[in-house]
Design a protein. Structure first.
Ligand SMILES: Nc1ncnc2c1ncn2[C@@H]1O[C@H](COP(=O)(O)OP(=O)(O)OP(=O)(O)O)[C@@H](O)[C@H]1O
Ligand SMILES: [Mg+2]
Length: 475
């Protein structure tokens, strides 16, 4: 229970505090902080009078920025310092660090974050810090910070202060150039992921797949044609360019589920070990313009758009369907950009009209068909590995498995091994026959369509229920 005396006292105290606040608001802002003094000493002027230039940097390029800033600070007397000020330092920017009536920003510990530099490597980068350095002999102060969605910052940020605006401009040019020259993204396989806060996404590193041409069973010439177009055009880049021919190319791989489109794409990445690649699947295709930007910057590059039919006609940021954004991204690249766009779909009819409306973006469309008997024989042998099945049994099975796919062959062999294991013995020809019976049985129709082999031999019209043999599945 509060007494009246207590209430009066509290009221008096709160009045007093309000007046203190009003006074301090009038009298102490703006006011240079200890950090502002230090920055002013470095810039040889009153830091409160120097304007701040902001450079936004996609967060997945923070590592590049950190490396570039280290390099640009290296010659001479570059200094890296941190900032005191608790939580508030995340909300404030460089000009508040210099000039603030409430928080006496001072030199504190540097904030670091661990960031990937490859599929299996990472490094420590500055996530909030101030650098004092010289560029072309002129002093520069800058603040470097990572994106922090919890503080409403979608991208990383570099804020630069120097007395001469032209120096700032040239410094930022040097920063951008060095970020490209030393980028950790170049030559890597990247994919885009949604951030945990939903809005922006960043590139993440993916291990480059290892799929040999021999691992893929396709009708003669099909794989060659694709590889020629995607890989070999790049290796003849000088000849083509000097003959005034364009390098940019768009390839569409279409065909029923489970026939080896993703496998082929993985092989393309194996066959281009030095090439920067961005892989977008399904809904992450909406990051196509960011992917195209990476491809343009770090060419030679390949942009993979997997299962594009799943999202082709959806609208995301713009009123037009996503497929048009994809085609625009392809269109927006210079003809002499060494960039290949490779799209896959198992419902080409969804794309046909749109592609016809904007001709010229896709310059090669290749069907990856259901395997014919000869391919099925090879598939069955390949996936039987060294299982002890007789050639006669494998051939007979291949013959019966009309209308099935490569992923069907793989699943069939797995089931035969399981069947033998359950009976606690080695696999034998009977297992092959029995499991094929089961899979070919009408009751297994759903499973078969999930393995990409509908009863009537055509692709299912709904791609959603197709089993996903994703990127990280073995080949
Ligand atoms: N032509 C093939 N040669 C060798 N293996 C194959 C072939 N087709 C499919 N497979 C096997 O089946 C798996 C799934 O195939 P894949 O993911 O490439 O199919 P897809 O054509 O991309 O299907 P979807 O349209 O459903 O994406 C492969 O990883 C591979 O193990
Ligand atoms: Mg696929």
């Amino acid at each position: 229970m509060l007494h009246d005396d207590d209430r009066d006292l509290m009221r008096a105290v709160s009045d007093y505090l309000r007046r203190v606040n009003e006074l301090s608001a009038r009298e102490t802002i703006p006011s240079r902080t200890p950090l502002g003094d230090l920055i002013g000493e470095h810039l040889e002027t009153d830091a409160e009078r120097v304007s701040v230039v902001q450079e936004q940097i996609a967060d997945h390029r923070l590592v590049d920025a950190d490396i570039a800033l280290d390099a640009l600070s290296a010659d001479g007397d570059g200094r890296l310092i941190g900032v005191t000020g608790g939580e508030q330092r995340h909300h404030h920017g460089l000009s508040e660090y210099v000039s603030n009536g409430h928080i006496r920003y001072d030199v504190g510990p540097v904030d670091y974050a661990e960031r990937a530099t490859g599929p299996n490597s990472s490094t420590r980068v500055v996530s909030l810090g101030v650098r004092l350095l010289h560029f072309e002999g002129s002093p520069i102060a800058l603040a470097q910070r990572a994106a922090a969605q919890q503080y409403g910052r979608q991208s990383a940020l570099v804020e630069v202060m120097a007395t001469d605006a032209a120096v700032v401009t040239r410094f930022l040019e040097a920063l951008r150039r060095t970020m490209v020259e030393r980028s950790v993204l170049r030559g890597q396989v990247l994919s885009f992921q949604h951030s945990e806060y939903g809005r922006e996404a960043g590139a993440t590193f993916v291990a480059r797949p290892a799929v040999d041409a021999d691992d893929i069973v396709l009708p003669d010439g099909v794989l060659d044609e694709i590889v020629q177009h995607v890989v070999t055009i790049g290796t003849h880049r000088e000849v083509l360019l000097s003959a005034g021919q364009h390098l940019k190319r768009g390839v569409l791989l279409y065909g029923p589920p489970g026939t080896g489109k993703t496998l082929t794409v993985r092989h393309l990445l194996t066959a281009t070990p030095e090439t920067t690649a961005v892989v977008l699947t399904g809904s992450s295709i909406r990051f196509v313009s960011a992917a195209a930007e990476i491809a343009r910057t770090f060419q030679p590059a390949i942009v993979i758009l997997e299962d594009i039919d799943l999202v082709a006609m959806e609208r995301h940021s713009s009123p037009q369907p996503l497929l048009f954004e994809v085609l625009d991204a392809l269109d927006g690249l210079d003809g002499d950009a060494d960039v290949a766009f490779v799209m896959t779909t198992n419902r080409v009819e969804v794309l046909e009209r749109a592609l016809a409306e904007r001709p010229g973006r896709v310059d090669l469309a290749v069907e990856v068909p259901l395997p014919a008997l000869d391919e099925r024989r090879r598939l069955f042998r390949r996936y039987a590995h060294d299982l002890p099945y007789s050639d006669a049994a494998l051939d007979a099975a291949a013959e019966r498995a009309d209308g099935t796919t490569g992923s069907f062959a793989k699943e069939l062999m797995r089931r035969t091994v399981l069947r033998a294991a359950r009976a606690d013995r080695e696999p034998q020809d009977d297992d092959l026959t029995a499991e094929l019976d089961r899979l070919m049985d009408a009751r297994e129709q759903l499973t078969r369509s999930m393995l990409g082999s509908p009863a009537d031999g055509r692709a299912p019209t709904n791609g959603e229920h197709v089993a996903s043999f994703g990127w990280f599945a073995g080949s």
